[in-house]
Design a protein around this ligand. Structure first.
Ligand code: ADP
Ligand code: MG
Length: 728
């Protein structure tokens, strides 16, 4: 016999917070010490190399081999001073998570000894044997070559003894095999599309940045309890478990005091993150018990996304130091909130003007409204695609399950902006949009309240909400790579901005003043979106589902089906025109998505069947046997009266037998369904078949959870929800 559940619980409950090594310096002093940031570049690179590198980072200028050699030499000196012995190209394949292959600096010196070597070639490119990464058929396994290529816009960093170089990952024939490549293309597309519009307002603008501020939600569970749950270990979520009597109904966890063991973990994580130049800012308890959130200060989208990947890796490692396991799965526990990763998104110019926030004067407000309205138009046109961009087997448990996101992508504007848009439809096109109070009260004026950011109302049910100076795309899953969603969003906005600029140019060519031309082009868009994608009501209701369908928004709930959006004509046209994905890449990625979906459900189904068979049924039968013995004893003592005497026991025995029979039947059916699904070779059709299996997991779960409710607590083999969710 192994350790009993009670011993595990006792052990978990009495664990003390692990000590945290707090640096003597202030965070501002150690912030970024493990990244080769601009400060290090100035320190370790000669003037010529430095200016070439900065020109590459800021303006996209190509880097020659000599410069790369110079950069590598500087990096090596810096890395050696930190005891680094290895380098790795660090990339983001389509597996979710990051990949690295370490090579040491070691090389022969040609004189019989060895040296530490690192040059521009090793910095710029590596050729990992990439045959085992998902590629959707782009690279047949006999052509296993894939390349990783340095992304100079994301600083190199040190992890333990290794210098990590952020890279893109592409096939021998140039197709993207990762998340970073298309994201970078979409970011360039949105900048290229936005700059000509910004130039109408300020000719000095040459680049537009896309910003991302992610809010990472997660659960912590005690590692000993975790290890006693095969479902958590293998699938990242509980496939069974009766609801705890208390879960989140008292709403006493949200923003509550952080337990000391958790606080120690958070401190450790923050110190490690800050050292890596990740500007971690916010930490708090989330809605569900043992659920927490972490958020940095927003930054340039590509870098911020890299930092999110780094943080997810760090969380994993550091949680273990504190006797926890971090759960990044979107729905680890049924009946309490799942975890998302709100993507706060905005655009801003290289001259420092935010484009998603009101400004000081009528001109900047017109610019704001221009970008605001075009973003909404993009979200409306591509609402189904945006939903597809966040659709995975794991996030499916949040979609439509009464937590942002509902399985419909609409946008929340808040009363202020809705009023502004409606007013704009009724006034002459040259009416200035003023900050309230500046020009005195005037009926004709379009006004935005002065204190705006903190004034916007909140709507937790909306998947895409305006929050004063940014949009918050809330539908992104907690374990997702944000790049999937950010690529789709930035591309959709880029496409819309290009079309908008073309229509404005036409109006100007017809003799209109530029600002009137803009407003004349905005008006029909506003009229089109205001009662379609814009929705401020409760996104969880059935009425909204019916209403959304009437409005022509996508209401699909099956993930394999949602994924088809990527290869529909509207998406293909957009992505190929912008140069973000080729049609082949889109097809290949869909194959990967379907395959991943099927595999995840397959694994869940297998684990569930085995746990039902090896854990739950034996426990139920053990308890049943105990009851049967009591009934037999009762017969000995009471003779013919035993039936009345033992009626409760007999009833329980019968209930158990009923559930066990039900489970046995469902297990057999599920195995059969899997067999049939596995025989399908078309990935889409297979995923559709696995979607059915995913749905049937709920049905199998019901009798399992019922048994937990009646079987003797001492006999129950798995840590229960009340233990997993309340010990920290
Ligand atoms: P919330 O109240 O929505 O939970 P948080 O403080 O948890 O807010 O997270 C908000 C996130 O949005 C942070 O990462 C923050 O830096 C980011 N953010 C703020 N302003 C912008 C902006 N203009 N563009 C993008 N992200 C932003
Ligand atoms: Mg938050």
């Amino acid at each position: 016999m192994g350790t009993s559940r009670f011993e595990l619980v006792q052990k978990a409950f009495t664990k003390k917070a692990a000590p945290v090594e707090t640096p003597a310096e202030r965070p501002s002093e150690y912030f970024g010490e493990l990244t080769f940031d601009r400060e290090k570049m100035h320190k370790y690179l000669d003037a010529k190399t430095l200016s070439a590198l900065l020109n590459c980072i800021d303006n996209g200028a190509p880097l020659d081999r000599k410069t790369a050699d110079g950069v590598a030499a500087g990096m090596k000196t810096w890395a050696l001073s930190h005891g680094v012995t290895h380098i790795t190209h660090w990339f983001q394949p389509l597996t979710e998570g990051t990949a690295e292959k370490h090579d040491s600096f070691l090389d022969y010196d040609g004189k019989g000894g060895v040296i530490e070597a690192f040059d521009g070639k090793a910095l710029a490119q590596q050729e990992p044997d990439a045959s085992s990464f998902p590629n959707g058929g782009i690279r047949a396994t006999f052509e296993a070559r894939g390349y990783t290529a340095w992304d100079p816009t994301s600083p190199v960093f040190i992890q333990d003894d290794t210098l990590c170089i952020p890279t893109v990952f592409i096939s021998y024939t140039g197709e993207a095999l990762d998340y970073k490549t298309p994201l970078k293309k979409a970011l360039k597309a949105v900048s290229d599309a936005a700059v000509p519009i910004c130039k109408m307002f300020d000719p000095k603008v040459t680049k537009v940045y896309s910003y991302l501020g992610w809010e990472q939600e997660y659960f912590l569970v005690d590692e000993n309890l975790y290890a006693a749950r095969p479902d958590l270990m293998i699938t990242g979520r509980t496939l069974m478990g009766h609801a705890s009597s208390k879960n989140q109904q008292l709403e006493d966890h949200y923003f509550g005091a952080i337990p000391s063991r958790v606080a120690a973990f958070m401190r450790d994580l923050e110190i490690a993150g800050l050292r890596l130049g990740i500007p971690l800012k916010t930490r708090h308890n989330e809605v569900a018990p043992n659920q927490f959130e972490l958020a940095p200060i927003y930054g340039e989208c590509n870098l911020s996304n890299d930092q999110n990947q780094m943080v997810m890796n760090l969380m994993d490692k550091i949680a273990r130091k504190h006797g926890f396991v971090v759960l990044l799965h979107e729905k680890p526990f049924d009946g309490v909130n799942g975890s998302g990763k709100h993507n706060n998104w905005s655009l801003g110019t290289n001259t420092g003007t935010p484009l998603m926030a009101p400004g000081k004067d009528a001109k900047s407000n017109l610019q704001f409204v221009t970008f605001f309205v075009n973003t909404l138009a993009a979200v409306q046109k591509h609402n189904a695609l945006l939903k597809a961009s966040i659709a995975t087997a794991t996030n499916a448990h949040r979609l439509g399950a009464n937590e942002a996101p509902p399985a419909i992508v609409s946008a929340f504007l808040g009363k202020t902006m809705t009023d502004v848009l409606r007013k704009l439809l009724t006034v002459p096109s040259d009416t200035p949009i003023e900050i309230a109070g500046k020009k005195g009260k005037s009926l004709g004026l379009v006004e935005i309240p002065e204190i705006f950011v903190d004034n916007t109302d909140r709507n937790r049910t909306s998947p895409f909400a305006f929050t004063g100076n940014r949009f918050e795309f809330r539908a992104v899953g907690s374990c997702a790579n944000c790049a999937g969603a950010m690529t789709a969003l930035n591309a959709a906005v880029a496409e819309q901005l290009i079309a908008f600029k073309a229509s404005v140019d036409k109006e100007i060519a017809a003799g209109k003043k530029w600002n009137v031309a803009i407003m004349d082009c905005l008006k029909p868009i506003i009229a089109d979106i205001i009662d379609v994608v814009c929705f401020d009501g409760n996104g969880y209701t059935d009425e909204w589902k019916a209403e959304a369908m009437k409005r022509g928004l996508d209401v699909e709930t099956s993930v394999p089906q949602m994924i088809t959006e990527f290869t529909k004509p509207a998406a293909v046209e957009m992505f190929t025109k912008l140069g973000v994905y080729s049609e082949g890449e889109l097809e290949a990625r869909n194959e990967v998505k379907w395959e991943t979906y099927s595999k995840k459900v397959q694994i869940e189904s297998r684990v569930m069947v085995r746990m039902a068979t090896n854990h739950i049924i034996p426990a139920a039968l053990e308890y049943k046997a105990k009851l049967l013995k009591e009934v037999a004893l009762s017969k000995e003592v009471f003779g013919d009266d035993f039936k009345a005497e033992s009626s409760s026991e007999i009833a329980i025995i019968k209930t158990i037998s009923g559930y066990v029979a039900d489970i046995t039947e469902k297990v057999a059916a599920m195995k059969q369904a899997r067999k049939a699904a596995n025989a399908i070779s078309d990935e889409y059709k297979k995923a559709v078949a696995y979607h059915e299996i995913a749905e049937s997991l709920f049905a199998l779960r019901r009798p399992l959870d019922k048994l937990e409710e009646i079987v003797d607590n001492k006999t129950w083999p798995l840590p229960k929800y009340r233990e997993l969710l309340f010990i920290s």
